[in-house]
Design a protein around this ligand. Sequence first.
Ligand code: 5GP
Length: 189
Amino acid sequence: MKLLQETIEQRGTIINEDILKVDSFLNHQIDCDLMEAMGKDFAEHFKDMGITKVVTIESSGIAPAVFTAKELHVPVIFLKKSEPSTMKNPVFTEAFSFTKNKKYTLCMERQFLQEDDNVLFIDDFLANGQAFLSAENLIHQCGAKVAGIGIVIEKSFQKGRSEIEAKGYQIYSLARIKKMAPNHIEWAE
Ligand code: 5GP
């Protein structure tokens, strides 16, 4: 997506060859016009796949997931990083944070996904694929199916795509980074 690539080039910061900071439009301050355009792009790509729910992980996946779900006219569920005392029937899974380099637990209320649900997973970044694999575990614990994966920024030089594709899933990424160097991003494709 050209608009996203331009925004990353103009407003993103390359922290090092592995980590990109995009807190001026996605991870802290949110550019709603850009989110809307991304939501339309994801929805157009997945519109014929019978999506019934969009699932993401708090907090940075929520904005793109909401704009996508709005276009598809389905609910969005965000997986939580701490268990609220009000949860009635939670399901849990272990996850590993790429940016914090530590384990954490994800949970969700079981009743929000049923066996006939066809899930679109949306996230802000794809690095090694751990976030998706943890979400997949929760989705499967509820008996639902993953129909597709939409990623805002894929770092194609990390192993996430190949690990996830090896499991038979389709990934659609709006921007794919082949390589990062100080002040320069090389795009895949
Ligand atoms: P994975 O689980 O695929 O290894 O990493 C994906 C998750 O780690 C995303 O949900 C995102 O929060 C975080 N992440 C991975 N790479 C980056 C990055 O370069 N920049 C930022 N801001 N977050 C990242």
